[in-house]
Design a binder for this molecule. Sequence first.
Ligand code: UD1
Ligand code: CA
Length: 454
Amino acid sequence: MALEVVILAAGQGTRMKSDLPKVLHPLGGRPLLAHVVATARALSPARTVVIYGHGGKRVTAALPEPDLVWVEQAERLGTGHAVQQALPVLDPAATVLVLYGDVPLIRAETLRALVARAGPDTLALLTVELDEPAGYGRILRDAGGRVTAIREDKDATEAERRVREINTGILAVGAGRLAGWLQRLSNDNAQGEYYLTDIVAMAVADGVAVETVQPADPDEVLGANSKAQLAHLERVYQRRRAGDLMDQGVTLLDPARLDVRGTVRAGRDVVIDVNVVLAGEVVLGDGVSIGAGCVLRDVTVGDGAEILPLCVIEEAVIGPGSRVGPYSRIRPGTRLDDGVHVGNFVEVKNSTIGRGSKVNHLSYIGDTDMGSGVNIGAGTITCNYDGANKHRTVIEDDVFVGSDVQLVAPVTVGRGATIGAGSTITRDAPPGELTLSRARQTTRPGWKRPKKGG
Ligand code: UD1
Ligand code: CA
């Protein structure tokens, strides 16, 4: 039977105390809603309908995926009213699964089990037992254990409040039945809202079976209503990601001190030290090691490369067997070939560095095409910016640049050239020659250093 997913995402999230709509707060670097959409997609539904309201265009713009159907709930009159908004676009013969844009950790396997129980004449509810059920709708059952209703906390009696089995809000049912019940909802309750949960008593009255399913892990149904809850979800999410990486064979020195904000593909025998952040799309080849405190965003690291501690690397390719850091900053557009060494306090931007070249200390290499076998001395700077435009520096194969050199772009240093330490190079340096620009050194014989009061 066809499946339709409806995601409720119209809430304001007052307790977040933020201008950002609640469902756009990031978890693992992506909006909460994007996680729910991705999980929905794993179920291959015919359609995914997102009910949005608060934040309007900001919400729709944040998820520009063409397969989503956006339906606005102009007034937030309750969860039942929210689902009602989707009815015109739903196939009446389909099963409808209701999810929440702020409940991001729900697993596809759990939802599959729930949907498998639902049908045209079966309502399936996802429930959990909580030690502290306050605030949630309670699952009420008769003496035979059959579900009779969901009672919202604010409408519950003392005895009902003692029930520990709660409604997660996630449910699945045939669209035809759902449509009929939603039309009959009233808002005659403590909050003056149209409660989706009231369909349970209607289902019972109509002789429709109500089944319950529990998630494998209760964390799956947690919502993010406050920054504290969001932080908790982030830790749960990061624990899962670390678990996935370890399952792939990655060695994590401490799974609690890795943050993944994107996708990571890792080869065999990858080792990641503590306090590393991997963002965007990160690809780590076989035998790669990442030192403590590194931040990598959209980076490919070749086999056997070693990233020493405290590097920041973004939109770059690090060649196999290269060694970067400690304390290197590799900026977008950088490509290091095989066996390149980039050392401490070196910044590289929008540059290619050829096989086996070394920039080991305190340098800035920007907008540069560097060949192979080059050695760049400490404190070398490519002066790529004239205040208005950026220019490129070309350093051909086997060049040796002494320490404290400025290469004023546009400039080319020819193959095999040597540049003397302390030079400011403003014109092309010919291949194979020593070029230097240096004030002549003088000594004043007999010169006396001034003395105080003298
Ligand atoms: C709801 C359930 C409760 C359950 C709890 C689980 C109802 C009536 N109650 O209560 O049984 O235990 O979730 O967390 O369903 N939303 C809209 N439009 C609206 C109202 C809500 O999109 O008009 C969205 C909210 O943004 C939120 C979700 O629906 O993501 C739940 O709404 P909320 O009012 O927070 O429900 P609860 O009172 O927590
Ligand atoms: Ca409410």
